[in-house]
Design a protein around this ligand. Structure first.
Ligand SMILES: Nc1ncnc2c1ncn2[C@@H]1O[C@H](COP(=O)(O)OP(=O)(O)OP(=O)(O)O)[C@@H](O)[C@H]1O
Ligand SMILES: [Mg+2]
Length: 439
């Protein structure tokens, strides 16, 4: 069956303001959400997330482009049609908007009453069953002020879901919650949605909940990109910040000039960020994520190559079980991943087995060098610099290899030192990425 997706947005443009104050907040947004999927939209404040959500929810009219929701075109639709679409959607906002004078049960009943389908007793029965499903069976008669933020937000979820909407739209549902309640709230949303096949569009800043998503979209300045693109952009930003200057001297100064505390803080930030990624991708094993990780490694490898003026930079991962090096990133060589060499052989192999940097001024004069590789890649290697990367246990998990300095000189001791410092400052991040790429 190939039914139309519940949400199909095409070339959506939106502006706020008039005359000289007119400003575009959504630029050519195109996306669709398949039935039963949970899609999370992330992005910085002011990027247009709420605007997009309210347009999809028929709460705001679409100005340009096409927005088809639950089988109807919203652009140019009459208010009666918009109303009909709204009735089939459950909304959850940052402020839960519960009525203070009503109990939890009564608040949830409100979500059903609009349908006009049920008797009083049935309203109550359904409301209580839904509250029970979100873990609030013991709090049916409490008023909002007697409940915690997380409990109130769960009442709001029960209210949004009790009418069995075809779709759920949530704007920052965990914003006012601590970590544990936020987690509880999204877990409930996820399991209820999966049970009922509800499509969910969720807007959030909260990186901690990304793992419930089937798909993550990223809005920036009103433009939509995939999460992968966003990650690549931020990885590049990260690399750029760390290795800010093309000037070698500045780069050295920056790393050398960082006092130990701020250096450690930088590493901690990177690690936490990486671990959040790890959690975020824990359940998403699709190609996009793999390619994201591979791209991050590529960005790192290229950057190091550029900084050291190398003609080529590549990265080998160590596969201890098979006693092999796997070529993971190769500049201008599409066969990365396919090339495996025995751990003990070649110059990279020497770096991997000894755990020491290997610097060779003239590859063809070195017995460890295998000229066969040059022949297949149509390249002429002169000098080589191979640096083993150690994991937190001290084992070599990867080898970065640079070929040929662009000025024709062999790599020197200074290059070696700079290379080592760079790798040390990024080792933690790299280890996490490599760990993820391998899973
Ligand atoms: N009613 C409005 N009139 C004029 N400008 C608006 C209006 N609503 C939003 N904007 C502007 O449009 C842009 C996008 O706003 P929007 O609320 O969609 O951002 P957001 O991504 O949800 O941000 P946040 O994460 O802070 O909630 C912002 O620059 C905002 O100032
Ligand atoms: Mg918003």
């Amino acid at each position: 069956m190939s039914a139309a997706p519940p949400v199909a947005v095409e070339n959506l443009n939106h502006w706020f303001g008039k005359g000289p104050l007119r400003r575009q907040v959504l630029c050519d947004v195109t996306t669709s959400i398949p039935a039963g999927e949970i899609v999370i939209v992330t992005g910085p404040s002011g990027s247009g997330k709420t605007t997009m959500l309210t347009i999809v929810g028929a709460l705001r009219s679409a100005q340009e482009g096409s927005v088809r929701v639950l089988g109807r075109e919203l652009r140019g639709a009459r208010s009666g049609d918009l109303e009909a679409v709204r009735k089939r959607i459950g909304f959850i906002f940052q402020q839960h908007n519960l009525l203070a004078a009503l109990t939890a049960s009564q608040n949830v009943e409100l979500g059903l009453r609009v349908t006009g389908r049920f008797s009083r007793a049935e309203l109550r029965r359904r409301a209580d069953a839904m509250l029970d499903a979100v873990g609030l069976g013991a709090h049916l008669d409490k008023k909002p002020e007697q409940m915690s933020g997380g409990q109130r937000q769960r009442v709001a979820i029960a209210r949004a879901l009790v009418g069995e909407p075809a779709m759920l739209l949530a704007d920052e549902p965990t914003a006012s919650l601590d970590k544990t309640s936020g987690r509880e709230v999204v877990d409930r949303m996820q399991s209820l949605a999966k049970e009922h096949g509800t499509t969910i569009l969720l807007v959030t800043h909260d990186n901690r909940i990304l793992d419930v998503a089937d798909r993550i979209l990223h809005l920036e300045d009103g433009k939509l990109s995939t999460f992968t693109d966003a990650v690549i952009a931020s990885t590049q930003q990260l690399m750029h910040t760390l290795a800010e200057s093309k000037n070698r001297q500045n780069l050295e100064d920056m790393i050398a000039g960082m006092d130990e505390a701020s250096f450690r803080r930088t590493l901690q930030d990177l690690t936490q960020e990486s671990q959040r990624f790890l959690q975020a991708i824990g359940r998403a094993e699709d190609e996009a994520y793999r390619s994201m990780l591979e791209q991050s490694l590529r960005v790192f490898t290229r950057r190091v190559g550029d900084l050291l003026n190398a003609e080529r930079a590549s990265l080998f991962l160590v596969d201890r079980e098979r006693q092999q090096l796997i070529l993971q990133v190769a500049q201008d060589a599409p066969q990365a991943g396919a090339i495996r060499i025995p751990l003990g052989s070649g110059i990279a192999g020497a770096a991997a087995t000894t755990g020491k940097t290997v610097r060779v001024a003239d590859a063809y004069a070195d017995p460890r060098f295998n000229p066969e590789v040059d022949r297949t890649t149509n390249f002429r290697t002169r000098s080589v610099l191979c640096l083993p990367l150690h994991d937190t246990r001290g084992d070599v998990f990867a080898v970065t290899q640079l070929l040929n300095r662009r000025d024709g000189q062999p790599f020197d001791e200074q290059d070696e030192q700079r290379f080592a410092e760079l790798a040390a400052s990024l080792g933690v991040l790299l280890e996490t990425l490599v760990g993820m790429a391998r899973r």
